[in-house]
Design a protein around this ligand. Structure first.
Ligand SMILES: [Zn+2]
Length: 453
């Protein structure tokens, strides 16, 4: 039983039969006790935009898709699922667009015509779903053969909006095997997952964390769970839901296990100045300074053949050396594995500021390239370099050292570094090659951060 109110359109994914839920619940339990961490899984995405015949109604920009994919990755990263957008298609077909309602509708014809390799790809479709009272729907993976064109994620085209990323996350949750947390309405086994408290459909569309619509069951309603309907406060999966999705993927989307990580996901983790003209670690007017950049490889494949270029339009500075290579250093080629950060020791940018330059932020673009001829990777990021009149002192301004320093050669370069944690939850590292601290912040506090100085 699902809501189908005009002003509160629902998700039309149907619940799994109770006997299936019980069987999977038992299997997930047996499987999860035999393993440690869930293996990282890579889902390749084909995104299909279906529009009216005029090609305009139902269409939107590719940028909207990129932003939504980034949000999806952000929501799933801690659960070790990663998504790469591979293909975008656009198809003008009014009879499909206005009848996108699963089996025996225009949608089925659309799936048959448009789907790309459903064994390896997650196919996402957008059309007019509001007309059937839905924001979206997906098929549970055990409902169809794993190479069936019916395996699909479906969203109303108006929900391609990064502010509504919880909707796509919810639909992907179904695609990876999750039921609604309110499935069963306070009746065992509900969604089959022990750490999502039961709740009742009468309590949907609420962000009230004190709400408890199944008072005989432990716990308040999981209003912040992605598999609920509450809107913008949906922001989490439980460990039980993570296990369930990995189990279902391994058993019902086995093709996803064959998808390699072909690309890294690089970002600038920090930049620092060293060996500036007056040696104070600050970039002052009149200084010439080296700029070191710390890169993070957030997820995906190893980053190989990494190089950086620096550009700016700001007339206050001149870039004397705009290229850093992570290859060919005396330490060998530097590869950045997924989940780690790294910097070069023997290569840097060199910039100089006019002596009469007005202090302030110098906006620069860093272009990061990596990969191989077969899988070339490029990403750009804007960074701000602080041109300042102040001078660097020790101890660090504004940082309270929380932990006892650790002196160790973690990067095995033969030089001991000093590491300490501070009250801003960053890990700081120094070594004798570096005259200025680099600050590394880990998004996952429990993760070990390897620092290559
Ligand atoms: Zn749903």
């Amino acid at each position: 039983m699902l809501l189908a109110q005009a002003e509160q359109r629902s998700c039309l994914t149907e619940s799994m039969p109770v006997d299936q839920i019980l069987e999977i619940k038992r299997d997930v339990y047996n499987w999860s006790t035999s393993r440690n961490r869930n293996e990282a899984k890579h889902v390749i995405v084909a995104w299909h935009i279906v529009t009216e015949d005029n090609g305009a109604t139902g269409d939107y920009s590719n940028q909207g898709i990129y932003e939504l994919m980034e949000a999806l990755n952000s929501n799933y990263m801690e659960h070790n699922f990663f998504f790469t957008l591979d293909t975008i298609t656009r198809t003008a077909n009014s009879s499909w667009f206005n009848d996108w309602n699963g089996q025996n509708s225009g949608a089925q014809e659309g799936y048959q015509a448009l789907s790309i390799d459903p064994y390896h790809y997650m196919n996402i479709y957008t059309a007019d779903l509001w007309s059937i009272g839905a924001e979206g729907y997906s098929y549970l993976p055990n409902q169809w053969a794993n190479n069936s064109y019916m395996q699909s994620v479906n969203l109303d085209y108006r929900n391609v909006n990064v502010g509504l990323a919880w909707m796509l996350t919810h639909e992907v949750g179904h695609h990876l095997g999750l039921d609604h947390t309110f499935s069963g309405n306070c009746t065992y086994p509900n969604d089959g997952i022990d750490d999502t408290p039961q709740h009742n459909e009468s309590g949907l569309w609420s962000c009230n964390s004190n709400q408890d619509t199944c008072p005989d069951d432990p716990g308040n309603d999981p209003v912040t769970n992605y598999m609920n309907y509450s809107g913008s406060c949906q922001n989490e999966y439980t460990p039980g839901q993570e296990d369930w999705q990995h189990y279902m993927t391994e058993n019902y989307h086995p093709g996803y296990l064959e998808n390699n990580f072909n690309y890294p996901a690089l970002s600038v983790n920090g930049a620092s100045f060293l060996q500036d003209s007056d040696g104070d670690g600050q970039f002052n007017p009149g200084d010439t300074t080296r700029v070191k950049v710390v890169l993070a490889n957030e997820w995906g494949g190893d980053a190989v053949n990494v190089s950086l270029t620096l550009e700016t339009d700001d007339p206050r500075v001149t870039i004397l050396d705009n290229y850093i290579s992570f290859n060919g250093s005396p330490l060998g080629d530097i590869t950045i594995p997924a989940g780690e950060i790294s910097s070069t020791v023997f290569d840097w940018f060199l910039i100089t500021a006019d002596a009469d330059a007005v202090p302030g932020n110098i906006q620069c673009t860093v272009t990061m390239t990596a990969g191989t001829d077969e899988y070339p990777y490029q990403e750009q990021e804007t960074i701000n370099l602080d041109l300042t009149l102040s001078h660097f002192g020790f101890p660090l301004d504004g940082i309270v050292v929380k932990s006892s320093p650790i002196v160790a050669d973690l990067d095995n370069d033969g030089v001991k570094e000093i590491y300490f944690g501070s009250d801003n939850e960053a890990l700081h590292g120094y070594n004798s090659l570096v005259s200025r601290s680099m600050v590394f912040r880990s998004s996952r506090q429990t993760e070990f951060v390897q620092v290559l100085l």
